[in-house]
Write a protein that binds this ligand. Sequence first.
Ligand code: HMG
Ligand code: MG
Length: 297
Amino acid sequence: MTDQVRVVDVGPRDGLQNEKQHVATATKIALIERLAKAGLTTVEATSFVSPKWVPQMADASEVFSAIQRQAGVRYPVLVPNEQGYRRAREVGVEEIAVFGAASEAFSQKNINASIAESLQRFEPVIAAAKNDAVAVRGYVSTVLGCPYQGAVPVADVVRVAGTLHRMGCYEISLGDTIGVGTPRQARAMLEAVAAEVPMSALAVHFHDTRGQALANVYACLEAGVRVVDASIAGLGGCPYAKGASGNLATEDLVYMLDGLGMNTEINLEALIEIARWINGELQRPASSRLALAGLER
Ligand code: HMG
Ligand code: MG
């Protein structure tokens, strides 16, 4: 395994959306800019969802307008509907992510719509994006289990992922929203989806709730995936998924990828510094392995 891996840092969005205390807009901006400087080529910047649902992301327009964008770096944002799309475009967003789920129960709790309704809602958003040459990423949540319905049939994951891809999403990120999956299951799910959507258009997104995220990534790398979502300092969780802890920490992921000889062009030392800095900003102790251990031996 010596390929290039693209790491998508979702920390500024998935990482911060669940923070109870308001995080200063300036801190969010600095986080995005520092991640891009460290070599991340995709930084999920924020989320244009309803501020009634996710108050922490209410400053999405301020955040996005203020970031100094770097050439060659993509800054996707979450968009749930046409209203979110309009807000995003007003501040010059060039890539969005729509987000659906493989579980009906989670879809209702998270976006107040059935799976079918959500796909219908994405249609005009994707059409507008196509018209504006805006790239669209698609998420499928609860791919390995749901906090409300329990088990999620793989066929449902395949169906939603396939539909989003056919609708025009260039990449589908498969989310283990509450971190319940284990490596063999993760790999089997990925391979089932890859029978419908090309592997080159798939990404994996593991929350580390039960300490399985890195092992799950490894299993999926072996199966051929080359895009991996992670969150600086392992921040995060979904406000509508009880028990969803942070994503896999970007620095822990990059340490493994470096060890595997898989090129990411990300500066690991800089990442560790950012992780320690954001932990300080949020007034919490470091939790990722690399932020704790550092690189010194
Ligand atoms: P709703 O209440 O059914 O929608 O919410 P609505 O159209 O009735 O709107 C309610 C109010 O929100 C209205 O305001 C709208 O104007 C406003 P009011 O008239 O009451 O004053 N509104 C908006 N405001 C700003 N921007 C918007 C917007 N839309 C409506 N875009 C809705 C439906 C989808 C809007 C809502 O459920 C929502 O925003 N949900 C987002 C939940 C969320 O962000 N969850 C976390 C992200 S998903 C995730 O973390 C998983 C992931 O990481 C992958 C994984 O881990 O699996 C991606
Ligand atoms: Mg997530």
